[in-house]
Structure formats: C-alpha cells, structure tokens
Design a protein around this ligand. Structure first.
Ligand code: XBP
Ligand code: MG
Length: 241
C-alpha cells in the first residue's frame, strides 16, 4: 500500500539550478576569484551532488598540479565560499526568483487530502528549502512535510542512499510503501538504492541523464493525481513480486 511521497527539492519541486549557478558565480566574484561557471560547465558539474562537494571538485580540476595542500584550510575556505553562495541563493529565492514546477503544489495538496504522508529528501542546505517553500507555500509550509532530511542531517550525498534511508527510518516505513520523486540520475540512483520506486521529472539540466530503473519518466507532475500514483505504485509492487 502506498503511504508516503518523498520529494527531492532542486530540479524536482522547482527549477532552481540556474539560480544556484548565479549564486555560485556571485560568491566567486565576492571572494575575488576569476571563476565564472557557464551553463554547459555547470551542467557537467551537477554530476557532483552538493554545493561544497561541487566547489571542491572544481577547485581540484583547476589546481590539478597542487599536491601538498593543507586539507583543513582548504575545507574551511570552501565552507566559507559555500556560505556566501547560500546567502546569495537565499536572497534571490526570497525575492521570488523561483516558482514551483507545474503540478507540484496541486499534487502536494491533493496528496495531503488523500491521506498520503509527505517528506523531503534533498542534498541541499536547510535554509534553501525554507526560502523556496516559504515563498511558494507560505509561512506554514513545514506543516505539509512530516520528515525533512537534508545536507545538515545526511552528509553522504546522492547517489548515496543515506538521505532516503534516513527519511524512511524517520517515517517508520519500508521502501515498498513509499514513492520518490526525482529529476536527476544521481537522485534516481539514491532512491533506487534505498529500494524506492521513483517517478522522474527531468529538466533542462538533466534531460540527457540515464533514467534506467525509473517507475515513470514524465515531463512534469502536471495533471498527476494520487490515484495515478497509487496505480503506478501497485504496478511496481506487482512487478517486484
Ligand atoms: C541538488 C544539489 C545541490 C544544489 C545546490 O541535488 O546537488 O547541491 O545544486 O545546493 P538534489 P547546495 O536535487 O539531488 O538534492 O549548494 O546547498 O548544496
Ligand atoms: Mg534534484
């Protein structure tokens, strides 16, 4: 039986990545760096989940010759850079730079009405989730989500399943009683590794990803109802037996 829906945030609830990209570049400029990420580069860099991890990966690619490095100082500097980035992102989202993807709010409301439990499983930072969902759903947005697992609670980033396993544990449910919603191949791999049937709604940054193993691949959640989800979930369970 389907009991809960677990949503990724970036790319799934909203097309946030262009705003994340702007925020990274604003932080680099603020720090006096000459790094400028464009859309093709950022599309590649999105293969690395998590903003801090993405900056670290990029730093290594431009400093390939540096061997003897004080890792503690580097990590502190990356954390500082990422804090600047988070502040730029939050400011943009608060001023209305991002809206939820088509059908997301309608499905959240219909699912709550249909007695489904809702959760969030994301690699992003908690302030980013709050900024986005407060702007989109109002100050009571947290009432909709029984469990939220994010970068502050699940340090191992997708495709590692930690964030989904912790979400299921806190919901007190086996994976077979939930559905995940994702937009990227790392997200899908994380959800599948936790045993979750997964509905994928790709976006411009992830359209080229491999979505093998998805329960459904849809252009958006527009028009999707709780009854559709129950039917798809039942077909996944029937196949699994
Ligand atoms: C999203 C991410 C995040 C955002 C940036 O992945 O990888 O890193 O791009 O957010 P998912 P932070 O949608 O799979 O959770 O800078 O806060 O990490
Ligand atoms: Mg995502």
């Amino acid at each position: 039986m389907l009991s809960a829906l677990i949503f990724d945030v970036d790319g799934t609830l909203a097309d946030t990545e262009l705003v994340h990209l702007e925020a990274f570049n604003a932080a680099f400029a603020q720090e006096g760096l000459d790094w400028v990420w464009d859309v093709p580069l950022y599309t590649q860099l999105l293969e690395v989940s998590g903003g801090r991890e993405r900056i670290h990966h990029y730093w290594r690619s431009v400093n390939a010759e540096v061997q003897d490095i004080d890792g503690t100082a580097l990590h502190a500097w990356i954390a500082h850079l990422h804090e600047l980035k988070t502040a730029h992102y939050e400011e943009r989202v608060r001023s209305g730079a991002v809206r939820l993807r088509p059908g997301v709010l309608e499905l959240i409301e219909a699912a709550r009405g249909a007695g489904l439990r809702l959760a969030i499983a994301t690699t992003t930072s908690p302030v980013n989730i709050a900024a986005l969902l407060r702007a989109a759903m109002g100050p009571d947005w947290q009432l909709a989500f029984e469990v939220i697992e994010d970068a502050s609670t699940a340090p191992l980033k997708k495709p590692h399943p930690q964030v989904y396993l912790q979400t299921l544990q806190r919901l007190g449910l086996p994976a077979a009683q939930a559905l995940a919603f994702e937009d990227s191949s790392n997200g899908l791999r994380a959800a599948r590794a936790a045993g979750l049937p997964t509905v994928v709604t790709p976006n411009a940054f992830t359209a080229h990803h491999d979505f093998t193993g998805a329960l459904r691949i849809l252009p958006s959640l527009q028009g999707v109802t709780p009854d559709d989800l129950r039917a798809w979930h039942a077909s996944a369970c029937a196949h699994a037996q």
